[in-house]
Design a protein around this ligand. Structure first.
Ligand SMILES: [Zn+2]
Ligand SMILES: [Zn+2]
Length: 68
């Protein structure tokens, strides 16, 4: 699958990820990675389990979220 963002500008790049919001395939240049803390993961007295989850989105969904 090719990157959707690149396809919009007439280019073809191999996609490395899929936006979890809109489902668009994105290349390494266009993917937006975000560390997401899982809600409810924090438990008092429980150590070493605070590694954030990963969230991959496209630039469009990312900027839409930032403007919200
Ligand atoms: Zn791209
Ligand atoms: Zn998206």
């Amino acid at each position: 699958m090719n990157c959707y963002e690149c396809a919009q500008s007439g280019r073809a790049s191999e996609a490395v990820a899929v936006c979890r919001l809109c489902g668009a395939a994105v290349c390494s240049d266009h993917v937006r990675t975000e560390a997401m803390q899982l809600s409810g993961a924090a438990q008092p007295g429980k150590m070493g389990h605070d590694q954030p989850a990963r969230r991959l989105t496209c630039p469009v969904c990312r900027s839409a979220e930032e403007s919200a």
